[in-house]
Design a protein around this ligand. Structure first.
Ligand SMILES: Nc1ncnc2c1ncn2[C@@H]1O[C@H](COP(=O)(O)OP(=O)(O)OP(=O)(O)O)[C@@H](O)[C@H]1O
Ligand SMILES: [Mg+2]
Length: 323
């Protein structure tokens, strides 16, 4: 019995020496949905995926996938899942079609069925035109789609996607998103890890935020965005003395108190009607003759999520700031 959940994990623990990669991690993924697992480098996303897909053993807690216990029924779990790892698994020397046929045979499909399945998947992932080209000629997005296709050979009920779009250009990213949406429309449950708030927001119906091996938030994308605040308008001035006047101008269009940063000469505030707020502020500043270095709109990022939930920035950001 799954109780409507394709994945359930309770108090998962995983240690690597002194390091607690997972430290009481909880997760519940509803059947037939995309669930986002959002977190920075080293948060424990890959470790969670590896435990749930039975590739590594857990040290504590329990987890079920498709109603099956990952520790006690690993073989049964494996028969129901697909996994696309963080790094591409396809063979560069082979064509797309050859790769899929090879995976089919690895899964004991038999030659004829493997060929048939390869053709179906090439079609489904929009790779038919490139089917007989070597994978070394594929773009990043095509490669990722081929990876997705390979993990769908056995039509799994639960698919784990570990950072499927990291390093892709925006267009390829959009193509992978389309493929994921199609999979879910076909009934597959997807657990997708990502470092991009935008990606989780676009694809997932629920998002778990993970930090240092623990879930620190579990919410709908809208709920999460409400917690962290939505879009912000940001003005950078050239003279510190202008900050109070800019605060007044920004306050007229914002939905909350503007905040200012005296060292970065920055004034920012939450806005809902983005474009009219931007136009209004730009016009008023010009009318009042206040010189500005920069003015723009900013969407919340993973760093904003972290700052709001934990009070500190992501480690990547801290390192970046220290450098
Ligand atoms: N095999 C391992 N041996 C030792 N430490 C490990 C191992 N695998 C993961 N870790 C550590 O556990 C923590 C969690 O790593 P994990 O790979 O799960 O993070 P992640 O969220 O997937 O990060 P990324 O976004 O960089 O892929 C990190 O501190 C990592 O260094
Ligand atoms: Mg990872």
């Amino acid at each position: 019995m799954t109780g409507g959940f394709a994945v359930r994990a309770e108090a998962l623990e995983k240690r690597y020496g002194e390091k607690r990669a997972l430290d009481g991690f909880d997760l519940a993924v509803r059947e037939g949905t995309v669930h986002g697992l959002l977190g920075p480098n080293g948060a424990g996303k890959t470790t969670a995926v590896r435990i749930l897909s039975t590739l590594v053993r857990l040290d504590g807690g329990q987890a079920t996938v498709a109603g099956l216990d990952v520790a006690r029924q690993p073989r049964e779990v494996r028969a129901r899942i697909g996994l696309t790892g963080q790094y591409a698994a396809v063979d560069e020397v082979l064509t797309g079609r050859q790769n899929l046929e090879m995976f089919g045979r690895l899964f004991h499909l038999g030659g004829r069925r493997a060929r048939q399945r390869a053709t179906e998947l090439l079609e489904q992932f929009d790779l038919t035109d490139a089917a007989d080209k070597g994978v070394d000629k594929y773009s990043g997005g095509m490669r990722r789609r081929l990876d997705l296709a390979a993990s769908m050979i056995l039509a799994p009920s639960v698919l784990f996607l570990d950072e499927p779009t990291t390093g892709l250009d925006p267009r390829s990213r959009g193509e992978v998103w389309d493929s994921v949406r199609e999979l879910v429309a076909g009934g597959t449950t997807v657990l997708l890890t990502t470092q991009y708030l935008e990606e989780a927001d676009k694809l997932a119906s629920r998002i778990t935020v993970i930090d240092q091996g623990r879930a620190i938030a579990d919410d709908t994308p809208d709920g999460l965005k409400n917690t962290i605040g939505g879009d912000r308008i940001e003005v950078v001035v050239t003279e510190r003395a202008d900050i109070p006047r800019v605060v007044k101008v920004v306050a007229r269009v914002s939905d909350g108190e503007p905040e200012s940063d005296e060292t970065e000469l920055r004034v920012h505030a939450p806005v809902t009607d983005r474009v009219s707020a931007l136009t209004e502020v730009a016009r008023t500043l010009q009318d009042e003759g206040i010189p500005v270095e920069d003015i723009g709109l900013r969407r919340p990022s993973l760093d904003d999520v972290f700052l709001r939930l934990t009070g500190h920035r992501t480690e990547n950001e801290e390192k970046g700031a220290a450098a």
